[in-house]
Design a protein around this ligand. Structure first.
Ligand code: FAD
Length: 468
């Protein structure tokens, strides 16, 4: 039996990154993946395909709504072919997952295809077609089995009309009326894709705002933009029933006054979050269990209660984000090899890839108020930028929250064009414990959207923005 220093179960961004870092550090590394393609949720049915469809649908929307304003006259009717869009998305996914195959070979990582199931804390059975085909021995084992979409107890997901994000990424037709249950990141992103392509989209959210985990000013601004884009938002609504009737889906909900609201669409996307995935792992054989939230408990080094077994990514506590999983993948391999790595979870940015994009890092205003922190705010509207007027991307703002006394930046929240990329400056600044004045005194190229960050910083530090 061949033995490894590190064996990783699951090849998502947590698992494959842990494998590469482990191999870079000289450890004999292997990875088990149950699907035929590497890359997990993120590459196959998450980040990458959703962004491919967001981009395609954005191009279409620009072609019909924005190009005439720029003086570009495309003769005849502008049309799209959904099957081609989906095929392009799949080509992007295939290319990206093949890239992981290449990286595994390049880094000399042994890949096993099948389900990894613990035999004991050093041995994992490889199960193919229900049979144990091999037992793999390893000094250290990293669980990186990710997550699956959460379900509602009263709704049967038939994957045809009542669907999860996975099916929503491969629809054969544009829904006439797409009902999205859940106004979190996945719900608003996929809702916007189909709205751009002509579907009526209704988003039902239990809480009183969309993207509820982010600063409430971002929720408000995004809601304003989505409403302008004719997306219906039903906030503070609790869904109580989802039933398919032929090619239609009936959804019942109650508003905050307990009034019944009934909707009928041809597709219903359930996007209420994701839950950790541990099925088939046979955790008990390794001396492990899951907590009441379905997660594997770990310490700050990603170590479970069994010393040589670690867990990372969506299967453990914290935000379900690909870059958080990647950072944990690096941390765990470095820790196993004897280093002392660290992650500052406060500085993991969150991004929503709608247009305008939404991005955030650090504390929200709600969190600062809850913790009685004395803070000041600097905010700058995108519409005051020359760059925004040049591209007609006028919605949004950058908001900087800084400590009232020390001026240290505590949180940066932004919505607008290219904020997914702009947030990097905020993360770097906060990693280096910058004050608002530090950003305000740094040169920002003109004309760029990044000038809104500088102006918000000027506003926060000395209340002296230049352009408003
Ligand atoms: P996963 O990516 O879920 O990978 C786990 C892997 O383990 C899977 O391949 C699975 O098959 C395998 N596995 C499970 N059990 C076993 C077993 N017993 N044996 C062998 N293999 C097993 N995050 C972002 O940061 N940015 C985004 O833009 C973004 N967009 C998203 C869009 C959508 C529609 C969705 C659904 C998610 C999105 N996410 C995004 C979240 C992101 O995909 C996850 O946070 C990330 O994939 C988690 O990585 P992971 O390595 O923990 O697990």
């Amino acid at each position: 039996m061949e033995s490894y220093d590190v064996l990783i179960i699951g090849s998502g961004p947590g698992g494959y990154v842990a494998a590469i870092r482990g191999s870079q550090l000289g450890m004999k590394t292997a990875i088990i993946e149950k699907y035929s393609t590497m890359g997990g949720t993120c590459l196959n049915v998450g980040c990458i395909p959703s962004k491919a469809l967001l981009d395609s649908s954005h191009h279409y929307e620009d072609a019909i709504k924005k190009l005439p304003e720029h003086g570009i006259d495309i003769k005849g009717e502008i049309n799209f072919d959904l099957s081609k869009m989906i095929a392009r998305k799949q080509a992007v996914v295939d290319q990206t997952t093949k890239g992981i195959d290449f990286l595994m070979k390049k880094n000399d990582i042994k890949v096993f295809n099948g389900i990894g199931s613990f035999k004991d804390n050093n041995n994992v059975d490889l199960i193919v077609n229900g049979k144990v085909v091999e037992t793999i021995n390893s000094k250290n084992i990293i669980i990186a089995t990710g997550s699956k979409p959460s379900k509602l107890p009263f709704a049967e997901i038939d994957k045809e009309r009542i669907i999860t994000s996975t099916e929503a990424l491969s629809l054969k037709e544009v829904p006439k009326h797409l009902i999205v249950v859940g106004g979190g990141v996945i719900g608003v992103e996929l809702g916007q894709v189909y709205s751009r392509l002509g579907a009526k989209v209704s988003i039902i959210e239990y809480q009183d705002r969309i993207i509820p985990s982010m600063d409430s000013s971002l929720s408000k601004e995004l809601a304003k933009v989505l409403k302008k884009q004719k997306i219906e938002l039903l906030l503070s609504h609790k869904v109580s029933s989802i039933v398919r009737n032929g090619n239609l889906v009936n959804v019942l909900a109650y508003d905050k006054n307990e009034k019944e609201v009934s909707l009928q669409g041809d597709y219903c996307l359930i996007a209420i979050g994701r839950k950790p995935y541990t099925e088939g792992l046979n955790l008990k054989a390794a001396g492990l269990d899951i907590n009441e939230r379905g997660q594997i408990e770990i310490n700050e080094n990603m170590q479970t209660q069994v010393e040589n077994i670690y867990a990372i990514g969506d299967v453990v506590r914290g935000d379900m984000l690909a870059h958080k999983a990647e950072d944990e993948g690096v941390l765990v391999s470095e820790f196993i090899s004897g280093q002392k790595p660290h992650i500052d979870y406060n500085l993991i940015p969150g991004v929503v890839y709608t247009w305008p994009e939404v991005a955030s890092v650090g504390k929200t205003e709600e969190e600062l108020r809850l913790n009685n922190v004395d803070y000041k705010i600097g905010q700058f509207p995108m519409r005051a930028l020359g760059r925004s007027r040049a591209s007609s991307d006028l919605d949004g703002f950058v908001k900087i929250l800084a400590d009232k006394k020390s001026d240290e930046i505590l949180g940066i929240h932004m919505i607008g064009a290219r904020c997914a990329d702009l947030i990097s400056e905020a993360v770097v600044a906060m990693e280096f414990k910058a004050s608002a004045e530090d950003i305000a005194r740094i040169s920002h190229a003109h004309p760029t959207y990044s000038e809104a960050v500088k102006e918000a910083a000027l506003s926060a530090s000395e209340n002296r923005p230049i352009h408003i």
